[in-house]
Design a protein around this ligand. Structure first.
Ligand code: FE
Length: 192
């Protein structure tokens, strides 16, 4: 399926297509594939009783790895590809802030939690510790205070924890298609 332009009618198909074609790729140094990881994150959000917008954010939080022009291995190689921004940018036109803002903040949320919660750092996987250094390390006090001014920072922190936990090899989850009604229900009116 070719997507020359994205619109409200095809964006969910576009996302499904990415999951289908690219989801089998490995999640940088973790024992799960990218689609398994994002589906597990969404499942954890559902289990926690999160609103639909935050379930959608969890499901789509790493989609930016596929919209960036940088190869996905670039993070492992020590260059931050800003996948959280790339992902949020694509979603901005189609989903409300409650979906794309937590995605945009999910890497900063890790830096925030490392600065504010010593136990959090100790639970990070080796791959996640490695990428933390590339991403700028724990936040400074000023950065922590600034992070807390974002409207959706608490949602970003919740998403972050599910992101960190969604790495179980072989765990059963629902499929992307199961989330189509939820995603479609969140689409915002768009001119495109
Ligand atoms: Fe992730």
């Amino acid at each position: 399926m070719a997507f020359e332009s994205l619109n409200r009618d095809n964006v969910v198909d576009f996302l499904a297509d990415i999951f289908a074609r690219r989801g089998g790729e490995s999640y940088m140094g973790e024992p799960v594939s990218m689609s398994e990881h994002m589906l597990q994150s969404a499942a954890l959000a559902e289990k926690a009783g999160a609103p639909d917008s935050l379930i959608a954010a969890s499901l789509l939080h790493d989609i930016g790895h596929y919209t960036s022009e940088f190869p996905e291995e670039s993070l492992e190689q020590g260059q931050d590809n800003y996948h959280e921004t790339a992902g949020a940018d694509v979603l901005t036109a189609f989903f409300p802030k409650s979906v794309h803002e937590p995605i945009k903040l999910h890497v900063a949320a890790k830096r925030y939690l490392c600065a504010t919660n010593p136990e959090y750092f100790n639970r990070l996987s080796p791959a996640s510790v490695n990428s933390l250094n590339v991403q700028g390390g724990p936040m400074s006090d000023e950065e922590v205070a600034d992070f807390e001014t974002h409207e959706y920072y608490r949602d970003a922190l919740r998403l972050r924890v599910w992101d960190d936990e969604g790495k179980f090899a072989g765990a059963q989850t629902r499929s992307f298609d199961d989330y189509r009604p939820l995603l479609t229900g969140l689409l915002v009116a768009t001119e495109r």
